[in-house]
Design a binder for this molecule. Structure first.
Ligand code: SAH
Length: 346
């Protein structure tokens, strides 16, 4: 029975108002319900206290409120929290809360599994099952915001789309979720505190720029040499670096916002001088910063992080060329919550 009812959160505010009008009610009831659903994140009709009992029943008869459930929560010894999030159809994704001294960051998933095939990533071992809906992305943020207040005494400050999936392959839903997250009728968070991380899909990067989005862009680069990049991220064959470069130049021209490149250095993969030179050259196209990410080994992977000496070479060469570089230490490794480790082991 409930299968035939529509998920009320798939309706826009206008559609909800229209529904109330069609039922002979005042449109503003739609606003009230909308506020319960989004700003107050209520997942049942009974508790909508400013709505009459009959009206609540009428909603119950017509709609369901699909929502996520934090099925299982793990805390790392460094304070990182990983949530296994159960979706209404029983599928599971993971999201992570990363606390630092002055802020907490939510790392959220955009798809169940991933259709890309990055060879160093645990999520890539899972098939892409489906895209997340906007409310499923929104709910992950709400759940993490609650945990942030509860365990770290502060509201969530930042969001990165670096969980499971490729956000730009679920572009419309990611955008709708971000609209709700940033809207005063939702969580009211600032766009500049949100970063969408992509493996680098040129036409979608261009589209994002043309859509005038206000959040930040991170690109998982890992190599600025096509042959090397294709060997670790096979889809690079379809979207080679030249196209990626062009899309990033377009992004910067439109948004004037600096791009972050995520980069892991692996032994025998991208540890040569020419790999460093190629990265420096790639970084000259637009203002950017490089995040050197610590590699998190995945179970049967054959990748090994390069030595500190090599990483120091990267840092020196980048700095000498006045490129901002940060070293990102892994968080939550002991609970498989670090980058590339999300794969529903539980
Ligand atoms: N699909 C998006 C977002 C998910 S991955 C993207 O590719 O950007 C988030 C980040 O973790 C990416 O930069 C990715 O390259 C990196 N990553 C994946 N597996 C990793 C691993 N085992 N160790 C460290 N970083 C990894």
């Amino acid at each position: 029975m409930s299968k035939n009812k529509k998920d009320i959160r798939s309706l826009t505010k206008e559609q909800l108002r229209d529904f109330f009008i069609s039922q002979g009610h005042k449109a503003f009831r739609g606003n009230q319900v909308y506020e319960w659903l989004w700003q107050k994140s209520l997942h049942n009709f009974e508790d909508m206290t400013n709505i009459s009992k009959e009206t609540r029943q009428m909603l119950e008869d017509n709609f369901v409120i699909n929502h996520i459930e934090v099925d299982f929560m793990q805390q790392s010894k460094d304070g990182t929290i990983k949530n296994a999030v159960k979706l209404h159809d029983g599928l599971v994704v993971e999201s992570v809360l990363i606390p630092t001294k002055n802020r907490t960051t939510a790392c959220v998933s955009s798809q169940v599994g991933c259709s890309l095939d990055c060879r160093f990533c645990a999520t890539a071992r899972l098939k892409r099952m489906r895209n997340l809906n906007p409310d499923e992305i929104y709910d992950q943020v709400v759940a993490i915001d609650k945990e942030s207040r509860l365990y770290h005494n502060m509201p969530l400050s930042n969001i990165v789309f670096m969980g499971m999936g490729e956000p730009l392959m679920n572009y419309n839903n990611v955008l709708k979720a971000i609209d709700k997250i940033t809207s005063a009728e939702g969580l009211g968070m600032a766009s500049k505190r949100i970063t969408v991380s992509t493996s680098g899909i040129p036409k979608m990067i261009k589209k994002m720029a043309d859509d005038d989005v206000k959040f930040n862009l991170a690109v998982s680069l890992h190599s600025a040499i096509d042959k090397v990049r294709t060997s670790i991220m096979p889809f690079n064959e379809t979207f080679p670096l030249e196209e990626l470069r062009e899309a990033i130049v377009h992004w910067y021209a439109k948004t004037k916002r600096r791009v972050t490149y995520e980069y892991v250095v692996w032994e025998g993969v991208n540890d040569r001088q020419k790999d460093i030179d190629a990265l420096v050259k790639f970084c000259k196209h637009v203002p950017c910063k490089v995040n050197l990410i610590e590699y998190n080994p995945i179970d049967d992977g054959d990748f090994k992080q390069a030595s500190q000496d090599i990483i120091n070479n990267y840092i020196q060469k980048l700095e000498r060329n006045r490129i901002v570089v940060n070293v990102r230490r892994s968080r939550g490794k002991d609970i498989d919550a670090a980058c590339g480790q999300l794969a529903n082991k539980t």
